[in-house]
Design a binder for this molecule. Sequence first.
Ligand code: ADP
Length: 319
Amino acid sequence: MDITLCDIDKSYRNQPVLASIGFAVGPRELVSIVGPSGAGKTTLLNIIAGLEIPDKGEVVFSRPVNKHHPVIIVFQDYVLFPAMTVRANIGFGLKARHLKTQQVTKQVDQMLDYFQLTPQADQYPAQLSAGQKQRVAIARAMIVNPAVLLLDEPFANLDRNLKMETARFIRTTQQAFGIPTISVTHDLEEAFAMSDRIGVLLDSRLQQFDTPRQVYFHSATPAVARFLGPVNEIPPSMFSLFRVDDAVAGPLNGRPLPARPENLVITADADGLGRITDKTFAGHYTVYEVTVGPIACTIYSQNDRFDKDQPVSLRYRPF
Ligand code: ADP
């Protein structure tokens, strides 16, 4: 199953929310659409789900979408049935399709096992943690063999330490079930971790649609680059100092080079023009602020041995 969005426009009260949105999601692919709050992510998801009608354009599914292969949205607040047990919530879609009780039980048992919810089978949603509620919601969606799975802010209600674990879990599940999935989120790290491709929605438009690595290290526009994280701008006059080679400099045509904090390498150098002005321990890396002549750079390094005020040189490392 492929899904193709063709030239979608949507306005509310003459205010454009989505303009000329087009992208395709292949079978077994997981795509995340990222953008700030109010960028139109939920509107886009609702259009794909058929809950909103676009003013222009269409969503094309390569195979018929019907009650046997529906488009399923998992909403950010999960919307579980509060008076039903976990087991009943997960089995709901199959019961609604009038499957035999024995068959429903068998499939629900498999889902409970896969989603590690067997101990909670007879509990009610109010008794579950946020992570467990989400697993119930995804299990309830997966059991009906959806044509497409849509996830609305899947990390919104989770603690920080549960977000990355959930991203990995969504990825593994999506691969195991092989269902094309579109997630909309403003949680960038998690979107990067789980997605085959990322779409960046800014100012009503899909500014870039590419692999996580490409959108992060080769952002289509300065606005996309800034939205995705810190970016250092190295002026052409400093390219030789940063040892930027011609293959990188050439295509820029005299424009500054956007360099991520991971693109810059620090070396201790008594004659270096760089000075470390600040150093922050961030767990699995150290953040350095370094001034070099007129510019200040933010650098993430695995090496925490550099000291404040130490002279250093910086080198650009492409990815
Ligand atoms: P996001 O999910 O990225 O936060 P939304 O799709 O929810 O963004 O909203 C995008 C914009 O469209 C917002 O400015 C919002 O106020 C507006 N909007 C969304 N739904 C409606 C609606 N039904 N009527 C009017 N305006 C809406």
